[in-house]
Design a protein around this ligand. Structure first.
Ligand code: SF4
Length: 335
């Protein structure tokens, strides 16, 4: 039969088995919007890219510019070198400070060494720094609501002398807090906290210290607030919900908690599609997807494509608010 044309060969077969693909299980993806990059992250990444263009490679970056491995590796490929501390930066190379902000001692040390530095601190974090300084200058003790050890908290505490900031992580700590002078007290918050948890902590502080001063709304930024609101809008409709983001990204972790608190207990953080545990999704017909403020949209696209390879996917985007915030780049990198 080797010489016969294919169609003739097929006609001579006694019986043909027609293979048909199994129909895929339907899956509706509820895509939370807004999600992913915020204006502060976008600005920080642009700062590193422009610094490399302007000063050549390598440009040093103190700490992960934003908490996302994909972003960091991409910038490394372009010529960024990420370090933990300034003493790893050579005297003749520029250094960028991350979006989370740095203690005052860091730019002071850079200036002492005459390093060329560019500050990529998000302007909304800088605003909290200025608030803390203003309260301290007015003789108030500052209570900072935030997570111990997070770079933003270290940066904000480092705006004031050691011991001047009292850190409170939860309601229990707010209830137990001892202050030097209850009449001279103010609070500030990390920008990426859970809106609901923070309201509870602020309520406890206000009840215990009625004279405490603070922002009308907490310092939680627009991007954190909006991403949490978008998750709240879809959580009840989802059988499972995936937050694309990194475990050390505070705002991403809060999105997982918000999903669970608002009706989707099967929610988890996934760095990217290749790390997805598909067994975990078994039986789900509606999957919520969102992304933390430091996760690029490309990783969301990748997750949807991975779902399409396994399911008959329908995507429904649920938008709760339009965002149009843009932050200017530092003057030294413009023009
Ligand atoms: S999450 Fe908020 S505070 Fe943090 S970089 Fe984005 S806009 Fe700025």
């Amino acid at each position: 039969m080797a010489g016969a044309p294919a169609s003739e060969r097929d006609r001579r077969l006694p019986c043909r088995t027609v293979m048909t693909a199994e129909p895929k299980t339907p899956l509706t993806i509820l895509l939370a919007s807004p999600r992913g990059f915020c204006a502060g992250v976008d600005r920080a990444i642009q700062i590193v890219e422009r610094a490399i263009e302007r000063y050549g490679r390598p440009v040093y970056v103190r700490h992960e510019i934003v908490h996302n491995r994909y972003v960091v590796e991409n910038l490394e490929a372009r010529g960024a070198v990420f370090v933990d501390e300034l003493d790893q930066v050579p005297d003749d190379r520029p250094v960028v400070f991350s979006a989370h902000g740095v203690p005052k001692a860091v730019p002071a040390e850079a200036a002492r060494r005459r390093l060329h530095y560019v500050d990529a601190t998000c302007p909304l974090v800088s605003k909290v720094h200025r608030e803390a300084e203003r309260h301290h200058a007015s003789g108030r003790s500052v209570v900072l609501i935030g997570h111990a050890g997070h770079p933003e908290v270290i940066g904000t505490m480092g705006q004031l002398p050691p011991g001047a900031v009292l850190l409170v992580e939860d309601v229990a700590q707010a209830e137990a807090l001892e202050v030097p002078d209850a009449a001279n007290l103010a609070f500030a918050t990390q920008t990426t906290l859970s809106v609901d948890d923070t309201l509870d902590i602020v309520a406890a502080l206000r009840r215990r210290f009625p004279a405490i001063q603070g922002p009308k709304l907490e310092d939680i930024c627009y991007a954190t607030t909006n991403r949490q609101a978008a998750v709240k809008a879809i959580a009840q409709r989802c059988d499972a919900l995936v937050v694309i983001g990194a475990a050390n990204s505070s705002n991403s972790m809060r999105l997982v908690e918000v999903a669970a608190n608002y009706g989707c207990s099967r929610s988890r953080l996934v760095q990217r599609a290749s790390e997805m545990d598909w067994q975990w999704l078994e039986g789900a017909r509606r999957l919520g997807i969102t992304a933390g403020a430091s996760a690029p949209e490309l990783l969301v696209d990748e997750m949807i494509a991975a779902c399409r390879a396994r399911y008959e996917v329908t995507v429904e985007e649920v938008r709760t608010i339009e965002e149009s915030v843009v932050f200017k780049l530092p003057r030294q990198l413009v023009a």
